[in-house]
Design a protein. Structure first.
Length: 658
C-alpha cells in the first residue's frame, strides 16, 4: 500500500469521526407547509411520498423539493427534510437550491432571447463577438473562426470540461473574466463540430458572449430576460442575494468543509432557484415559449433550442443546453446537475404536457434522485395511456428558426484516435530520456478531498497513462505535451502541470514517502515540545508550575526562558493542529492551503487561518529562543532543544504556506 493510499485511509477514518458530530439524524418528514397535490394522481403521490421519505432516511439526504406540472397547473409540489442538518429549517416549495448543471438550459434559453433581440446570430463565428479570442488546436488553424454559439451550447465546439482557472476543483479566488480569459490557454479535444465533449467551458464562453453583447453582467441579463418575465421571483444568480437568503438550502458534501457559494461556473452552473419557480420554468418550456397564455419567446426559436444543431448532436441526443431522447413515443428533454453539495434533475415532455423537477442538497444523492423525475412521469403516463397517446398524436411538428447544419460525417472514436496519432512528434535522441523522466504517479487537485491519481509509464518508448484501470497510449505532439485517444491534453511542459486543465502534481513514491517522513518527524517534534517540560519537571521531582509566570522568575534570563518555553509550546500546539487538518483534508499535503471563504463557520475559518497563527508564533518563539540560546549559562541540552524545535517549527510552517 503506497503512502497516498495510507493518507486516504486515515482521511476516511477521521472524516467519519469529524462528521459524526456535524450531521443530524436522518429522520425525514413532510414539512408543515401544505403541499400542493392533485386528486387525479393522488395514489401516485401517496406512494412516492412514502418512498421518498424512506430513501432519504436510508441515504442520509438532508432535504428534497419536488414539483410535477402539466402545461397549466401544479400536479404535486412539496418539500421534505431540512435545509441543513444543524439548524433543521424545513424545506418547502420556496426553498432556494443550487441546480448546478441544470443552469446550462438557462444559458441556452438566454441565447434564444438574445437571438430574438438581434444581439447574436447563433451560427455566426464567435470571433464576430470576441475578435481577440484565440484557442489552441492540433487539428486546424484558427479554430475559433469556425466555432458558433450553437456549437458551444451543444458541446460540439471541441472544448474540454474544465478551465485552468475557476473550474470545478477551484475554491473562489478568481474573477469570472479571468476564468474566461484562461480558456485561450486550453487545447481543443477534437476538430470543431466533429465530435461531442461535455464542457463547462463552452457554456461559460457562450454566457460571456451574451454578457458582451447585452452590455450587462450575465447574471443581470438572465434576471431581466428570463427570471423576471417568467415570474421566477425567488431565483437568482447573484451571490450576495444567495448569501442573504437565510432559509436557502445548504449544500452537503463528503468534504469536511461546506462547499462555497461563490464559484465561477456561472453560465454552466450558477442558477439558484426553488421548486415553485422551476414549475413555472417547466411550464414555459412545455408551452414552447409561453407562460400564463403570453408568448415570450418566438416558437421557432424555442424549437431551435430543442433541436440538435448538427449530426453530432443528433447522434448523442443533445440539443442546446438540454439532452433529448424519445420516450412514450414523444420527445423527452432532460438535464441533471450535481456538485458543490447539491444534486438536481428535471424532465419535460412538450407533446405530453408534463414536466417534473427534483432538488436535493447533497451531492452524494445517487441514481435514484436523478431518475426520480422520470419515474414519476412514467407512472403518471402509464395511469392514463389513452390520454397521453392522444396528446402525442395531436401534436404538430414545429420548424426551428435555425435548421440543423448538415455537414461532414462526425468522427468515430477510432477516427479521432487515428487523427490524434497522426500529429505525433517524430522521435529523436532525446525522446526516450524525456519520456522516462515524465514517468511516475500524478495527483489531481480536487476540493479538499484526496485527489484521484493516475500513473504515467514509459513502455518501449511510448508514454502510457493508467487511470481507473484503463491504460491509454498518449501521443506526444510537442515536447512534454501529450494527448489521450479521446483528445484530453496532458501538459507536462512547465512548472504548472495540467491534465484536462485540472492542476496536477507529480508525486512518485519516494516523494510521498519523504513528505510522510517529514510530517511524521514534525509531529513527533511538536509532541515532544509539548510534553518536554512536564516530563522534565516530573522526572526531577519538582513541585513547581510547568509554566511559571515571568514575575516568579528569579532573573531576566529566567523570564526569557519562561516566555520562550510558552511560545514554543503554543507554536507546537498550533502546528500540531495544522498537521491534523492536513490528515483530515489530505489534498493540502500536495496543493496550496486554501484560503477561508464566506460559507465557513467561525471555527472552520480559524482552522484555515491556523498556518498563519502558527507561523507568527514560530517566529516569536524563534526570537525568544535566540535570546535564551545566547545565554552561556544555559546547558547544552537545552540549547539543542530550542535550536531543533525552532528549526522544525519554521520548516513545517514555511512548507505548508509556500
Amino acid at each position: 500500500m503506497n503512502i497516498h493510499r495510507i493518507y486516504i485511509f486515515i482521511h476516511a477514518l477521521l472524516v467519519i469521526v469529524f462528521l459524526s458530530g456535524c450531521t443530524g439524524s436522518a429522520v425525514i418528514t413532510p414539512n408543515a407547509q401544505e403541499p400542493i397535490t392533485s386528486d387525479s394522481i393522488s395514489e401516485i403521490i401517496t406512494r412516492y411520498r412514502q418512498e421518498i421519505q424512506q430513501v432519504m432516511q436510508q441515504d442520509s439526504i438532508p432535504g428534497l423539493a419536488i414539483a410535477i406540472v402539466d402545461d397549466q397547473s401544479i400536479l404535486w409540489m412539496e418539500g421534505f427534510g431540512y435545509t441543513d442538518w444543524d439548524n433543521k429549517t424545513p424545506v418547502t416549495k420556496d426553498t432556494l437550491f443550487s441546480i448546478q448543471s441544470m443552469s446550462k438550459s438557462f444559458t441556452a434559453t438566454a441565447a434564444m432571447f438574445a437571438a430574438q433581440d438581434g444581439l447574436v446570430d447563433l451560427d455566426a463565428p464567435i470571433t464576430d463577438y470576441l475578435p481577440d479570442f484565440r484557442v489552441n488546436s492540433i487539428f486546424e488553424e484558427h479554430p475559433e473562426q469556425k466555432i458558433t454559439l450553437r456549437m458551444l451550447l451543444s458541446h460540439t465546439a471541441g472544448f474540454t470540461h474544465e478551465a485552468p482557472y475557476g473550474g470545478s476543483y477551484d475554491l473562489p479566488a478568481y474573477s469570472f473574466e479571468k476564468h474566461i480569459t484562461s480558456i485561450s490557454d486550453t487545447w481543443l479535444k477534437f476538430p470543431v463540430g466533429m465530435y461531442y465533449g461535455y464542457s463547462n467551458l463552452g457554456i461559460d464562453l457562450a454566457g460571456y458572449i451574451l454578457q458582451v453583447r447585452s452590455g450587462m453582467p450575465f447574471i443581470q441579463h438572465v434576471q431581466e430576460k428570463i427570471l423576471l418575465p417568467l415570474g421566477m421571483s425567488s431565483s437568482t444568480l447573484d451571490v450576495e442575494q444567495i448569501r442573504a437568503n437565510t432559509t436557502r438550502a445548504i449544500g452537503h458534501s463528503e468534504i469536511p468543509l461546506p462547499p462555497p457559494v461563490d464559484f465561477l461556473l456561472i453560465p454552466s452552473g450558477g442558477v439558484w432557484t426553488t421548486a415553485a419557480d422551476l414549475a413555472r420554468y417547466l411550464q414555459f418550456h412545455i408551452n414552447e415559449g409561453m407562460i400564463d397564455g403570453k408568448r415570450l419567446l418566438n416558437e421557432n426559436l424555442a424549437e431551435t433550442m430543442y433541436t440538435p444543431p448538427n449530426i453530432v448532436g443528433e447522434l448523442v441526443g443533445y440539443s442546446l443546453g438540454i439532452a433529448i431522447s424519445n420516450r412514450h413515443g414523444a420527445r423527452s428533454f432532460q438535464h441533471s446537475g450535481g456538485g458543490f453539495g447539491f444534486n438536481s434533475s428535471m424532465v419535460w415532455y412538450p407533446e405530453l404536457k408534463l414536466g417534473s423537477v427534483v432538488l436535493t442538497n447533497s451531492d452524494q444523492a445517487g441514481l435514484y434522485y436523478y431518475t426520480l423525475s422520470e419515474s414519476i412521469l412514467d407512472d403518471i403516463i402509464a395511469s392514463s395511456p389513452d390520454v397521453y397517446a392522444q396528446l402525442e398524436e395531436n401534436s404538430t411538428p414545429k420548424e426551428p428558426a435555425y435548421p440543423p447544419v448538415k455537414g461532414e460525417s462526425p468522427l468515430t472514436d477510432t477516427q479521432l484516435r487515428n487523427l490524434i496519432e497522426s500529429k505525433a512528434l517524430l522521435d529523436d535522441t532525446s525522446t526516450a530520456k524525456r519520456r522516462s523522466d515524465y514517468a511516475g504517479m500524478y495527483i489531481m487537485q480536487t476540493l479538499g478531498t484526496p485527489g484521484e491519481t493516475f500513473e504515467v509509464s514509459n513502455t518501449n518508448g511510448a508514454l502510457e497513462l493508467t487511470y481507473l484501470s484503463d491504460v491509454e497510449k498518449m501521443t506526444e505532439v510537442e515536447p512534454g505535451l501529450f494527448f489521450s485517444p479521446s483528445g484530453e491534453a496532458l501538459d507536462l511542459r512547465g512548472p504548472d502541470l495540467l491534465f484536462g486543465n485540472i492542476h496536477i502534481i507529480r508525486a512518485n513514491h519516494s516523494t510521498l514517502l519523504f513528505r510522510g517522513a517529514f510530517y511524521l518527524i514534525c509531529g513527533l517534534s511538536f509532541l515532544f515540545a509539548l510534553l518536554f517540560w512536564p516530563l522534565r519537571s516530573l522526572l526531577q521531582g519538582r513541585r513547581q508550575k510547568i509554566f511559571p509566570s515571568a514575575n516568579q522568575a528569579k532573573s531576566i534570563r529566567d523570564a526569557q526562558l519562561v516566555y520562550a518555553r510558552v511560545a514554543v509550546a503554543i507554536g507546537s500546539f498550533f502546528s500540531l493542529l495544522c498537521l491534523m487538518v492536513l490528515v483530515v483534508i489530505p489534498n493540502m499535503v500536495y496543493f496550496s492551503w486554501p484560503h477561508p471563504y464566506t460559507e465557513l463557520k467561525v471555527w472552520q475559518h480559524l482552522l484555515l487561518y491556523l498556518p498563519y497563527f502558527s507561523m507568527v508564533l514560530a517566529g516569536l518563539a524563534a526570537v525568544l529562543a535566540l535570546l535564551v540560546y545566547k545565554n552561556s549559562s544555559l546547558v547544552r541540552f537545552m540549547r539543542t532543544y530550542f535550536l531543533i524545535t525552532i528549526l522544525v517549527l519554521l520548516a513545517f510552517n514555511i512548507t505548508i504556506l509556500v
